[in-house]
Design a binder for this molecule. Structure first.
Ligand code: G3I
Length: 411
């Protein structure tokens, strides 16, 4: 096996330290031994040497040798399963279908997948009287073939309400429509879903309500009890799935997120009082490199409060937005991004009630942070390097940071 140490040694012998890229160069200078036998030289692509813009690279036809070296016993899932965790990722089904290398990478690295879009209302409901299960069925087939668990995402989210529904007349019985939708969708996959993000992002203190509920489409058309309704209906439709409340903005120690954590806990306590079926809380984990806020007591206390309520916690959409890093060098950025993962996972994984860690994508080739309707890059000429594998599907420092944090977990 070619280890990082061996590559570095060879590089030193050849006097080619600079050609190995910034990260390797730093290791050489520091004479730091690798912490893993399988840690390969990373960031050795031409752009890594210069910090220049990423070239548009073709989809890799096969997994590079660096990636093969971290498969099997060295994979994220192999490490996770030894520490009471499942490792996973979001997938984009249509991209996956044309990408055998990505299929192999997901099958080798993870134990659970979540469709990034394919179970949302906008994807499933082209019209009031239509369901389109083509892509979601394909995802379940893929998971079955590779013995992966599936998370469902999501039954009610303000940001995935089809246009025909937003424009529907006031007379439309939206409550009945929602209940029927859940019976059809959660019922179709009943027994095959590990956990459902039943309601997504229902809290928004800025909307000014005493209960901090977001004034979403569902809220406006059904009322505040839509949340209980969705959970109760999901439980009827799939009594096996762990029903999860999923939200963002709970990771940092700052006044905004302190308020969001308190509001979510209050919502969950109310649901428990009303005997609403609820099994888990999703922490989306969209974190930022170079954030002025720190990750620490607020997140730790939040997770512990959830544990004391008898609920599990899933880290559901982990990635790092690096827009605010002021330097361009790829190796330096990767180091900072990996550190951000470490800072977060060290706190989050310390609590045994955290049972899974999923990133929102596998490779920098497919991240919502490289433009889309929910995010536009502040630095349009600098694609984000937010995920554990690079655009050529090589493991980055982030991959090893994740694995280290999993291994450090006492739970
Ligand atoms: O597939 C269609 C394509 O056929 C069409 O030509 C194109 C034109 O707009 O749209 C494509 O669909 C887009 C889809 O992403 C796939 O790329 C949708 O318009 C677009 O709305 C969708 O954005 C997704 C966004 O949620 C909104 O649903 C992102 O991919 C997805 O990563 C993001 O995920 C959310 C989580 O669900 C909740 N938490 C935050 C997270 C990031 O915003």
């Amino acid at each position: 096996m070619v280890t990082r140490r061996r590559v570095l040694t060879q590089g030193l012998q050849a006097g080619a330290a600079l050609a190995l890229g910034g990260f390797a160069g730093r290791c050489l200078a520091q004479q730091t031994p690798p912490s893993h036998a399988d840690e390969m030289i990373i960031n050795s692509a031409p752009h890594a040497r210069t910090g220049a813009l990423l070239p548009a690279t073709p989809t890799p036809a096969v997994l590079p040798k660096e990636t093969q070296a971290v498969s099997g016993a060295n994979s994220l899932q192999a490490h996770a399963s030894k520490h009471g965790l499942v490792a996973g990722t979001a997938v984009v089904v249509r991209a996956l279908q044309h990408d055998p290398a990505m299929q192999q990478l997901i099958a080798e690295q993870y134990g659970v997948v979540v469709p990034g879009n394919e179970l949302k209302w906008v994807a499933l409901r082209p019209a009031q009287d239509q369901f389109n299960f083509t892509d979601s069925d394909a995802l379940f087939e893929f998971a079955k073939t590779h013995h992966l668990l599936v998370r469902g995402h999501t039954l009610a989210w303000h940001n995935s309400v089809p246009e025909w529904l937003q424009k529907s007349p006031k007379e439309l019985d939206v409550r009945k429509l929602l209940v029927d939708h859940i019976h059809t969708v959660a019922g179709r996959y009943s027994g095959r879903v590990h956990s459902w993000d039943v309601v997504n992002e229902a809290i928004l203190p800025a909307d000014g309500r005493e209960d901090n509920l977001r004034k979403s489409f569902w809220f406006e058309r059904i009322g505040p009890d839509y949340i209980d309704l969705v959970f109760r209906t999901a439980h009827e439709a799939d009594p096996h799935a762990k029903l999860t409340y999923n939200d963002y903005g709970v990771e940092y120690d700052n006044p905004d997120e302190t308020a969001r954590r308190a509001a979510i806990l209050s919502l969950l306590r109310g649901m428990q009082k009303r005997n609403v079926p609820l099994h888990a809380v999703g922490i989306q984990s969209h974190i930022k490199a170079g954030s002025p806020s720190t990750i620490g007591k607020g997140l730790a206390d939040y997770i512990e409060s959830v544990r004391q309520m008898g609920l599990e916690v899933y880290l559901t959409e982990l990635d790092v937005n690096e827009d605010d890093l002021l330097f361009n060098d790829v190796a330096e950025r990767d180091k900072e991004i990996a550190k951000t993962y470490r800072d977060f996972l060290t706190v989050a994984l310390a609590n045994p009630t955290v049972k899974s860690v999923l990133t929102w994508g596998v490779s920098d080739r497919n991240t919502w942070l490289n433009d889309g309707p929910t995010h536009f890059r502040k630095q349009p000429n600098r694609p984000q390097r937010s995920l554990p594998f690079d655009e050529a599907y090589r493991p980055k420092e982030t991959f090893f940071a994740m694995r280290d944090c999993i291994d450090a977990r006492k739970a």
